[in-house]
Design a binder for this molecule. Structure first.
Ligand SMILES: C[S@@+](CC[C@H](N)C(=O)[O-])C[C@H]1O[C@@H](n2cnc3c(N)ncnc32)[C@H](O)[C@@H]1O
Length: 293
């Protein structure tokens, strides 16, 4: 049985209570079957606590200033800190909702839908090699490895402080927990990949390049440099104009370079998420760049 990664909001409810119980049981079983690793969350709990701390801190400062000061200064500073407390409260709620939507354990499981959807684009030959750029906790690399047990998946990440819960050790632990033996993980920089031209039969990535300042189209070309002629690419990111410039021109550029079946597939049309989710979660412009070199 295949797990259900469809967008939850659009699912049809089962007709009877018995069907509902069976549906819930099967969904639970499928989730256990596909995820024994701990892939953490793209919205770390630490960030939620930081926002909450900001809200409480500013609230306390507003109350104290209101009690200690007089006149215009009291009014101005109390309003400023009270407003900051309200803003931090809003950010706390937003971050908590993001965490819940992304979570691998919750009802929505958007991360799983994105990872499995992207991994599904990669079919490796026996003995083939795939590169996952910015592997984080290893989710995409492991999903590709599971689907292609006859191939090897090499992954790199710089594991910087902004995603403190991700590490090489976590990736290796997750691969072990999933019973996957055809993966390897190493420190690396997406902007200068330490691999010769044409090393891999496939390259994949998810939500990485938009985190890196600079010429993001150039980072895509750096990843594609490591792909063999005839190799497949499946790169998911926020390909908005503000982050990447003109991506239609970029896909045309790839075609002009001889790449085939190049497509920029909108994933906010229900494929990975709804338009509404993309908007409130700040993921508008999410798309999958696919094709063959
Ligand atoms: C949102 S996480 C996504 C992780 C993973 N791809 C996934 O789908 O779970 C972004 C990842 O990009 C990595 N990253 C950011 N800049 C990088 C760079 N210059 N080189 C390699 N990895 C980078 C971060 O360390 C982090 O693990």
């Amino acid at each position: 049985m295949k797990p259900d990664y469809s967008v939850r909001q659009s699912r049809t409810e089962p007709a009877s209570a018995a069907a509902q119980r069976q549906d819930a049981g099967e969904t639970r079983a499928c989730r256990q079957a596909v995820a024994r690793g701990d892939y953490k969350n793209w919205m770390p709990k630490g960030m939620i606590w930081s926002f909450l701390g900001g809200a409480i801190g500013c609230g306390i400062v507003a109350v104290v200033l209101n009690a200690l000061l007089n006149g215009t200064l009291k009014t101005v500073l109390t309003i400023v800190f009270a407003a900051l407390a309200v803003i931090f409260c809003g950010m706390t709620i937003w971050a908590a909702l993001m965490h819940r939507a992304f979570s691998y354990d919750g009802k929505r499981q958007m991360s799983r839908q994105i990872i499995e959807g992207t991994a599904a684009h990669v079919k490796l030959p026996a003995g083939g090699k795939c590169l996952d750029v910015g592997c984080g906790s290893g989710a995409l690399a492991i999903a590709v490895a599971k689907r292609n047990p006859q191939a090897q998946v090499v992954s790199i990440d710089r594991w910087g402080k902004e995603y403190a819960s991700f590490s090489k050790q976590l990736c290796e632990d997750n691969a072990r927990a999933e019973g996957v033996k055809n993966t390897s993980f190493r420190q690396g920089d997406a902007t200068h990949l330490d691999f010769p031209d044409g090393t891999f039969d496939a390259v994949v990535s998810n939500y990485v390049y938009h985190n890196i300042p600079g010429d993001r189209q150039q980072y895509l070309l750096e990843t594609l440099r490591t792909l063999k002629k005839g190799g497949t690419f499946a790169l998911h990111d926020i390909f908005s104009q503000s982050k990447y410039g003109d991506m239609q021109a970029f896909t045309q550029r790839l075609k002009d370079m001889g790449y085939r079946k190049v497509a920029l597939i909108d994933t906010t049309d229900g494929k990975y998420m709804t338009k509404f989710e993309a908007t409130w979660m700040g993921l508008s412009g999410s798309a999958l760049l696919t094709g063959i070199k």
